[in-house]
Design a protein around this ligand. Sequence first.
Ligand SMILES: Nc1ncnc2c1ncn2[C@@H]1O[C@H](COP(=O)(O)OP(=O)(O)O)[C@@H](O)[C@H]1O
Ligand SMILES: [Mg+2]
Length: 236
Amino acid sequence: MLEITDLQVRYGAIAAIRGITLCVESGKIVTLLGANGAGKSTTLKTISGLLKSTGGSIRFNGDNITNFPPHKIVAMGISHAPEGRMIFSNLTVKENLEMGAYLRDDRHQLSRELEYVFTLFPRLKERIKQAGGTLSGGEQQMLTIGRALMARPKMLLLDEPSLGIGPILVKAIFDKIVEINHELKMTILLVEQNAHFALKVADFGYVMETGQITMQGTAVELSKNEQVRKAYLGEG
Ligand SMILES: Nc1ncnc2c1ncn2[C@@H]1O[C@H](COP(=O)(O)OP(=O)(O)O)[C@@H](O)[C@H]1O
Ligand SMILES: [Mg+2]
């Protein structure tokens, strides 16, 4: 579904992405692992059109979408739940969710998606009129994922959904990621520093270091890999 070939991205003189190649198959959860500063968020921002690449290509369902503007990428079916959540603090939960659908031409018919998001995250329904900024970190993460779903995407980009959230909530959010994948047959590219959780839910994974892919394999293979265990699972 998503095919990235030799992608390069720079911030001025800094080469943040140095020729990465990766694939995400339809219906799968693929994780992109790596330490802070590896280039994971830059990769997602480039897929969603927020940053321009300086080389390589991005194809989605066979179409070359390299350097398309963000609104076109959303319209084609890629929805991005960004790192740090970026919700609108002064808007209510419902208004935040509606913002996720602003590009849909059938946005007067959002009841089905709202219903789904509220079934997935009942806490959001309980807080429907509450300002986004008053939610806990975990609830804001639910809202971020819910908002991304409101665009009715074909593919979800999730940037560190575990960041700044306690382990019990992280487990709950990862369970929901699996549920979204199963129930909606949603294809997911999951960026994480938390390899422990990511490799539990993913089918396939890539490890990124300083702008390059250094390892790849099925989640099972990566979980057993000595280097991954040492560097990303805190073992040995
Ligand atoms: N806006 C920016 N301007 C300049 N350099 C940046 C900017 N954003 C990120 N970088 C640099 O690009 C590299 C990759 O960053 P990022 O993609 O955020 O990594 P990750 O998400 O894996 O932590 C880092 O070296 C970071 O310092
Ligand atoms: Mg990041």
